[in-house]
Design a protein around this ligand. Structure first.
Ligand SMILES: [Fe+2]
Length: 249
């Protein structure tokens, strides 16, 4: 009998999403969900190859400054205005295993809370040296890291006087399309987090706490940047690959 392990990648279906952990599609306190949410009951369908597989990303597709928002839009010799920070962490699946080759894209307002977007209407100024988006890919141990400036809070039209806490948007591509995660990272100690109607669509306080990155001075760079740590968990595979070996080997 062969004792060579089967090296084929896992192709099992993913764990179902926990809909009590994620926010509901319709949340009346967050007004635009009224138009965005489905009008009919959702259907449950088995995952097929198009959901359980996805594109493969390699470090070679990245530009030199893709993970440096302080410089990736700045004129030569200049840099973005704001509090210089490092955001870093680990991407893993629900079984706690590191996920390599995961594409993370991130976008954010500038230090004054203003986006570089044609529909942006907040009066805070644009920073000519800040674009507000970047990307990186996790290494073989699932780690990622990028530099940026801390985004400012901004007001938004919802209630009479609603403000978003400082946040960074993330899009995460894992190993299958069904693992795709769009989320936001918040900053430890921000009093606006618990007042935010978008944050408050999440029912479980522990789920909100997982979106708040703690200050991580151990990974700060003295006289340069503070660090925040943000780990990300994607859906895990329901089954492991079949290993063609005897028990105990
Ligand atoms: Fe935002």
């Amino acid at each position: 009998m062969s004792t060579i392990p089967n090296k084929k990648p896992e192709t099992g279906a993913f764990f179902p999403r926990d809909r009590d952990w994620h926010p509901p599609a319709l949340a009346l306190g967050y007004k635009t969900t009224i138009l965005r949410s489905p009008q009919k009951a959702l259907l449950s369908m088995d995952g097929t190859l198009s959901e359980i597989t996805g594109p493969v990303f390699s470090q070679s597709m990245l530009g030199e400054l893709d993970n440096d928002l302080i410089h990736n839009f700045a004129k030569p010799g200049e840099s973005a205005i704001g509090e210089r920070i490092i955001v870093h962490g680990r991407v893993m699946d629900e079984r706690g295993r590191a996920m390599s080759g995961v594409l993370l894209e991130f976008w954010q307002a500038n230090a004054g809370g203003r986006y570089r977007h044609k529909k942006e209407s907040y009066l805070a100024p644009l920073d000519p040296n800040f674009g507000g988006c970047g990307r990186t890919i996790t290494d073989e141990d699932g780690y990622y890291r990028f530099r940026t400036v801390k985004p400012g809070p901004y007001p938004w039209p919802n209630g009479v006087n609603d403000w978003r806490p400082a946040h960074i948007h993330f899009s995460v591509f894992g190993h299958g399309f069904a693992q795709r995660l769009i989320t936001q990272m918040y900053f430890e100690g921000d009093p606006l987090i618990w007042k935010c109607p978008i944050v408050n669509t999440i029912a479980d306080k522990r789920a909100v706490e997982q979106l708040i990155a703690p200050l991580d001075m151990a990974n700060a760079i003295p006289m340069d940047a503070r660090a925040y740590k943000f780990d990300i968990v994607l859906r895990g595979r329901r089954s492991t690959f079949f290993e063609n070996r005897r028990e105990g080997n």
